[in-house]
Design a protein around this ligand. Structure first.
Ligand code: GDP
Ligand code: MG
Length: 448
């Protein structure tokens, strides 16, 4: 399966000190093969791997992560991006009942999902009504009634519809949906979930019926329900439903099975619609709100590796921050070497932007990270590296001729060297002020 394949690929990267272009290409090849085997659609694989390659080749120098770990991190971030990035919350109607319509092929898991969703919403204090607008299959209405009973939620169905289990219920699904909506308004249900019919394949009549139900009920959400095991057909099916009915969100079902995750990756990327829920079994509780980041780690099957990576990054920053704090408390002088290290830290933190945005009081650091110019770090590194150890520790000795020599050695202008020293002196003053003020844990503008 996809998880195993990717884990194996990453295992081969572990322990490598440096990745060559050949290493990266080899890894990308493996990732591509694993994704294709997992039925991820070809165009999606192409975008995904080329993004990863580009980022891996230009991978940031990090004091905390080895190159293999960086590739894992990049793959994870790209996966989350393809899966939609943020978790999308459900939209509720401000007036009257919220209408949720389910659409998808027969056997996708719509009726089962109707019960799960009703149960989930009921737990959140809503009062859902299920509407049986699938009048295609002989026992579709009965099935929804069973599901409703299990969830403890009423079901609206055509009255004289079902006579015998094996008989096709009579009635017009569009009318049933509209009547169900009216019923919900009268009885003040806060949510209406409309179950619709599906066929084994995509057909025009099915599409027209679903589109008609949509037009008649104006749902707040149209959820396209898709079996995660559907494989390469996922994209064609999703596209057909998007064109025929259009939908606002996707629900992946049967993720408990041997789901290879490929469908998930393809559908979200190709339709641009968020995956909102996942169904993971036949029981009412086998249901979850979909989180792209969790799905990504499920696909990569390396929650532990990711945790380790985060820890490594955090430890690195902390050790550095502590060293700085100690300098400040002891009143030691802030050197150019410290200045460089501080800039490198800022760069490392760029990759942790998301984590930082979750911490309170990080506004200033966030601005610094947003405005961080990587080329400036390269220039700063070049200039500082052209200095002698004496100059780095005692920037006061940097007279005109030394500055000219440094500019020449680093391929920069003297004005670049001057401006760097000026910025350094400002940072140094800040450190001194903090030192006099009894010290503050951490670097200027850095988390402690
Ligand atoms: P519908 O035709 O779209 O309404 O699909 P159903 O809700 O009738 O589901 C078709 C079959 O798939 C039923 O046997 C369900 O029990 C099963 N099913 C639905 N969702 C899941 C799921 O998440 N996991 C598993 N293992 N089975 C599911
Ligand atoms: Mg059904």
């Amino acid at each position: 399966n996809l998880s195993d394949r990717l884990t194996e690929t990453f295992r081969n990267l572990r322990g490598k000190g440096r990745l060559s272009e050949a290493d990266i290409d080899g890894t990308i090849r493996e990732i591509r093969r694993a994704l294709l085997d997992a039925d991820v659609a070809v165009p999606v694989v192409r975008t995904f791997t080329s993004n990863i390659r580009e980022r891996a080749l230009g991978a940031e120098v990090s004091g905390a992560l080895n190159p293999g770990q960086q590739v894992v991190k990049i793959v994870n971030e790209e996966l989350i991006g393809i899966l939609g990035g943020e978790t999308r919350a459900m939209r509720f109607s401000k007036t009257g009942p919220t209408v949720i319509m389910l659409a998808g092929l027969q056997g996708a898991g719509k009726t089962t999902l109707a019960g799960k969703l009703a149960h989930h919403l009921k737990q959140q204090g809503h009062t859902p009504l299920l509407v049986a607008a699938d009048l295609q299959r002989p026992n579709a209405v009965t099935q929804l009634k069973v599901v409703g009973e299990r969830a403890g939620v009423p079901v609206f169905a055509p009255e004289a519809g079902v006579t015998r289990e094996d008989e096709r219920p009579r009635g017009n699904p569009v009318k049933v949906a509209k009547k169900g909506l009216k019923e919900a308004e009268q009885r003040q249900h806060s949510v209406v979930i409309i179950d619709t019919a599906g066929r084994l394949g995509i057909d025009q009549e099915l599409m027209r019926q679903a589109a008609d139900i949509r037009k008649a009920t104006e749902p707040d959400e149209v959820l396209f329900v898709i079996d995660a095991m559907i494989g390469q057909d996922a994209v064609a099916t999703a596209t057909a439903f998007q064109e025929g009915v259009d939908f606002t969100g996707v629900v992946l079902t049967k993720l408990d099975g041997d789901a290879r995750g490929g469908a998930a990756l393809s559908v979200a990327e190709v339709t641009g619609r968020p995956i909102m829920f996942a169904s993971t079994g036949e029981k009412l509780d086998d249901f979850e709100v979909f989180h792209p980041d969790r799905m990504a780690s499920r696909i990569l099957d390396m929650g532990d590796i990711l945790t380790l990576i985060e820890q490594a990054e955090r430890t690195f920053d902390q050790a550095e921050a502590e060293r700085m704090a100690e300098k400040v408390t002891k009143g030691e002088d802030f050197t150019l070497a410290d200045f460089l290290s501080q800039m490198q830290q800022l760069k490392n933190m760029g990759s942790m932007k998301k984590m930082l945005t979750m911490l309170p009081g990080m506004g200033q650091v966030r601005d610094q990270i947003e405005n961080f110019d990587e080329r400036e770090l390269v220039r700063t590194e070049a200039i500082i590296q052209s200095m002698t150890p004496l100059e780095r520790d005692n920037p006061k000795v940097l007279n005109g001729s030394r500055r000219a020599r440094i500019a020449k050695g680093s391929g920069m202008q003297v004005s670049d060297v001057n401006s760097l020293i000026k910025r350094f002196e400002q940072a140094q003053q800040m450190m001194r002020a903090m030192s006099r003020g009894g010290g503050m844990p951490g670097m200027p503008g850095m988390p402690g």
